[in-house]
Design a protein around this ligand. Sequence first.
Ligand code: HEC
Ligand code: HEC
Length: 291
Amino acid sequence: MLARILKWTGIALLCLVVMFVIAYSIFTFLFNRQQNTRYAIQLREIPIPTDAVAIAAGEHLFTIKGCSDCHDKNLAGKTFLDDPLIGYFAGANLTTGKGGLRPGYSTRDWLLALRHGVSHEGKSLLLMPSYEYARLSDQDIAAIIAFCKAQPPVDRELPRTHAGPVGRVLTVLGKMPLFPAQKVDHRFRQPAVMAPAATKEYGAYLSVSCTGCHNPHLTGGESPIPGGKRVADITSRGNLGKWTESGFISTLRTGRTPEGKQLENKDMPWSMTAQYTDEELKALFRYLSSL
Ligand code: HEC
Ligand code: HEC
């Protein structure tokens, strides 16, 4: 009797192991296929200015677009997630120091990364949220590149970003936005200039930075970050519908909502939204409250 139970338990365990190995191989196969996809991009080259006005505009954009959260304030890169199961993620060193951009990194490479989420080999970058920058005007994207290029070299060598076993499975299941090139409309034609104004249209342009977490319709829901906090609805159907413009502005500057709730910067990055100008926040409010 005991021998039979042991035999059947053994067989059941073996079946489980075999099924697990098969499932994992399928996930690995699907993951590698996505990772090795090559994108044929018709890149539109634009000139990059070097004047102080453009560099200052680029610095403001670098701040409000959250680049320093992943690439650090000195652009030398930083680790933002190091988990043996999900993966190791670090914004690249964007300077020309040791561990930085490869020699000869050109304007073309900058544009491929920022507007298409693609490396010079034509494959998707990992986790770099290019879909949030792909629609920026020529003037804005050129200013960001001008600012980055004007920064001094910093030596910092970080391991290359890569997904762990659970990260790969989550990616294949569509639960983690690992491959930005999949989410970009590579044929989108960006406007030459988007002049800042406290209008709904300009607010729509700015709100692309909120869609990575608040979802493309800005209605919130599950976090895109595994284990992250549930994201709020920031259309007029959420709390925002009851707020005044000044209530909205002070929320994005201090993290404290008119209901008296203190948002934590690690969930909702208000230290980033605090850097928006009044005009930009007014534009965002006009747009969001119209939804
Ligand atoms: C959520 C984190 C995150 C944010 C925000 C972010 N990046 Fe990145 N970025 C990354 C990661 C991770 C990589 C490395 C991707 C890889 O190795 O495949 C990267 C790569 C890059 C590269 C390509 C470097 C190379 O070697 O080809 C450039 C250029 C870049 N980022 C610029 C920016 C700029 C400019 C901003 C803001 C407008 C920005 N990034 C915002 C995470 C981020
Ligand atoms: C990194 C992800 C992330 C980004 C980027 C982000 N948010 Fe949030 N936001 C959150 C999360 C998560 C919450 C909910 C926090 C909580 O409930 O404590 C939130 C809450 C809010 C709230 C409070 C809503 C309420 O009902 O209390 C507002 C307003 C808001 N976000 C506006 C914005 C705007 C505007 C942008 C773009 C400029 C933006 N967020 C970008 C993650 C993000």
